[in-house]
Ligand binder design. Structure first.
Ligand code: PEP
Length: 251
């Protein structure tokens, strides 16, 4: 049985004090919602405050990226060893904003993924097509290729620590959402690709989230699809009531 996971991606939002306040409000709203896991991925400087505020609740605090080297001359970067030393279990890798604005490629995404897994972390691996690719009818090929490249040399054992977030880039932060049918079709293609790489049983165990303007209004329909096992939430993860309503929809 795969877990349903609702994860917030705070991006470059929330000071430590703001994160503390947010968690204080959202904590009772998601308490007892045992049918899904709840994670907030926070800016590095906010992680400690969020962890402190989340103590004693089901909420886990993750990071938004990680470097592939263990240490060294990589100004501005943070290693998996540093994150695990701070008690961080989850990390987002390959978010489209990293690919779009910071030059990340499937190759660096793969390196970061392998480094995080080697350090014992759980990875939320983001992939998805851009608008032109969807309009050209090559979405299935694009996500299959990303799945293969991003997971290159990741073992079947390590796959147990991977969550895939299917995020059509045209739907992120735009208010445009994939239809439930589009989300299902593409998540299914990702699962079929995993089955070719790792076998059906392993593929069936992988949580595949949908991300891209998921909100309190459209979550139930998207989450009802058989291959959509959760959500990666940007904008709506900054509003406690909206995020909690998505968690409710996942129950
Ligand atoms: C995201 O950043 O991963 C995301 C899905 O953002 P939004 O929900 O705002 O589209």
């Amino acid at each position: 049985m795969r877990r349903t996971v609702i994860a917030g991606n705070w991006k470059m939002n929330f000071t430590p004090a703001e994160a503390t306040e947010f968690i204080k409000v959202v904590k009772p709203l998601v308490a007892g919602k045992n049918k899904c896991d709840v994670i907030f991925c926070a800016p590095y400087v906010t992680i400690a405050a969020a962890q402190q505020a989340a103590k004693g609740s089901k909420i886990k605090i993750g990071a938004e990226n990680v470097h592939f080297a263990e240490k060294g001359a990589y100004t501005g970067e943070v290693s998996a060893k540093m994150l695990t030393a701070c008690g961080v279990e989850y990390v987002i890798i390959g978010h489209s904003e990293r690919r779009q604005y910071f030059g990340e490629t499937d190759e660096t995404v793969n390196l970061r993924t392998k480094a995080a897994l080697a350090a014992g972390m759980k990875v939320i691996l983001c992939l998805g097509e851009v608008k032109e690719q969807r309009l050209s009818g090559i979405t299935n090929e694009v996500v299959a290729m990303q799945t293969k490249l991003d997971l290159k040399d990741v073992t079947a054992e390590e796959l147990k620590n991977i969550i895939i977030a299917y995020e059509p880039v045209w739907a992120i932060g735009t208010g445009l959402t994939a239809t439930p049918e589009q989300a299902q079709e593409t998540c299914h293609v990702i699962r079929e690709t995993l089955a070719k790489l790792y076998g059906k049983k392993a593929a069936n165990g992988v949580t595949i989230q949908y991300g891209g303007s998921m909100n309190e209004k459209n979550a139930a329909e998207l989450l009802a699809k058989p291959d959509v096992d959760g959500g990666l939430i940007g904008g709506a993860s900054l509003v406690p009531e909206k995020f909690a309503a998505i968690v409710d929809a996942a129950q």
